[in-house]
Design a binder for this molecule. Structure first.
Ligand code: URA
Length: 418
């Protein structure tokens, strides 16, 4: 086969055969096709898209480029969940224990934050002692004991995606629905849970800026999941405003614990109930309403919090943070921003808030950057709340930045009062 023929076919909207796609992925992964040829093909995909069948073949070939996990020694039905990423998204820390408390098993591999979006592994590493890298057998043993574990993604899963994702970042070819689908679903399918729930975000802090595009991505991802023999569903959710009140690693763990303690309700709690209920429904645990009721009970009974504590303990982490959140990393510096006028908050731009959190030290601009676990932002108000001039709007935290003037300037552009 010849790479130029394949590039030309996609450029001319001619469908590729499964053998051509398999060849392209395999040969690129082992280093027999240079980056410049794959970049040209990726750009052709960005401009002309792929059919559903081609997207499935691409996903399947990428999945088969590395290990496919064997979860058969887990004692029951397994459910994985994936969010396409956002600001303040700590849902995995909440819904994993909730779903586990209701009788499904949640073995999860997560990533680190990059740019304005956070990553679950960074959040977990803000818990003193929590080991995110475990031998596979230990990971499975924790899932069997508590029903839930999160580790960082192993180096042997989807090497094709690792190479392709780095190339897409460097060649302006990230924002293509079939490429995003293949990248995410190849990793989810290699993870090999029985059921997969996708939380596809839209809005300012998300990859998909419009709800219509997020729905298109959700549709193709669930179709590819189905073609691969998995029970798969997707929810399309809003990322125009951050999720919950806390943004930043230790701050997000704190908010997750407060939700599981039953101390905090509101939109984050409701979204977590919806997501975990959908995980249970996929696993045939009941109707949506029955599953939502089971999830609410898992929080109100304290069972989900117990599962979080036990899981943290088995990972070597300070499980007492589930009783006393002040044991989490505390910032050296803080700065409260006050409303400069009275009115209604009609904008809380996720991407700008995520970028502000990054400059306070909570995120990374490049993969090599280190993270200040204590840094971040606590929103004192939510979108559509009314405020009086002089009331606190939000508080900025950091242990590495003591001059908050540029962060304040940035955040004031993100929050609008009318
Ligand atoms: N997350 C991924 O893993 N891949 C993408 O292409 C986009 C988001």
């Amino acid at each position: 086969m010849n790479c130029c023929d394949i590039i030309n076919k996609t450029k001319r909207n001619i469908k590729l055969s499964s053998d051509e796609i398999k060849w392209l992925v395999t040969e690129y992964t082992v280093g027999n096709i240079p980056d410049y040829q794959i970049s040209a093909w990726l750009m052709a995909v960005c401009l002309n898209s792929l059919t559903d069948e081609e997207t499935f073949q691409l996903t399947d070939s990428m999945m088969k480029s590395g290990d496919i996990l064997d979860l058969s020694s887990i004692n029951g039905i397994t459910v994985d969940k994936h969010s396409t990423g956002g600001v303040g998204d700590k849902t995995s820390l909440i819904i994993g224990p909730v779903a586990a408390a209701c009788g499904v098993y949640v073995p999860k591999m997560s990533g680190r934050g990059l740019g304005h979006t956070g990553g679950t592994i960074d959040k977990l590493e803000s818990i003193t002692g929590y080991r995110t890298e475990l031998p596979f057998d230990e990971f499975i043993s924790i899932v069997n004991k508590t029903g839930f574990s999160i580790v960082s993604q192993s180096g042997h899963l989807c090497p094709a995606d690792k190479k392709l994702y780095a190339l897409r970042n460097a060649s302006g070819t990230v924002d293509s629905i079939p490429l995003i689908c293949a990248s995410i679903m190849s990793k989810k399918l290699a993870m090999n849970a029985d059921c997969i729930l996708l939380d596809v975000k839209y809005g300012s802090g998300a990859f998909m800026k419009t709800k219509a595009d997020a729905q298109k991505l959700a549709d193709i991802m669930t179709a590819v999941g189905g073609m691969s023999g998995k029970k798969c569903s997707a929810m399309v959710t809003d990322m125009n405003v951050p999720l919950g009140r806390n943004i930043g690693n230790a701050l997000e763990v704190k908010e997750a614990v407060e939700i599981l303690q039953g101390k905090k309700k509101g939109s984050l709690y409701e979204l977590c109930i919806e997501l975990s209920a959908e995980m249970l429904r996929l696993a045939d645990k009941g109707t949506t309403e029955e599953c939502a009721e089971m999830c609410r009970n898992a929080v109100s009974s304290g069972k989900a919090l117990e599962i979080l504590a036990e899981t943290i303990s088995l990972h070597g982490g300070d499980f007492k943070i589930t009783e006393d959140v002040s044991r989490l990393a505390q910032p050296l510096y803080s700065h409260t921003v006050y409303a400069d006028k009275s009115g209604k908050i009609n904008k809380m731009d996720s991407e700008e808030i995520g970028m502000t959190s990054l400059i306070l030290g909570a995120g990374r601009a490049t993969k090599a950057d280190s993270v200040d676990m204590s840094a971040g932002i606590v929103l004192e108000k939510e979108i559509n709340d009314t405020v009086e001039k002089g009331e606190p709007l939000l508080t900025l935290y950091s242990s590495t930045v003591s001059d908050f003037s540029s962060a304040e300037q940035r955040i004031l552009n993100a929050v609008k009062i009318e």
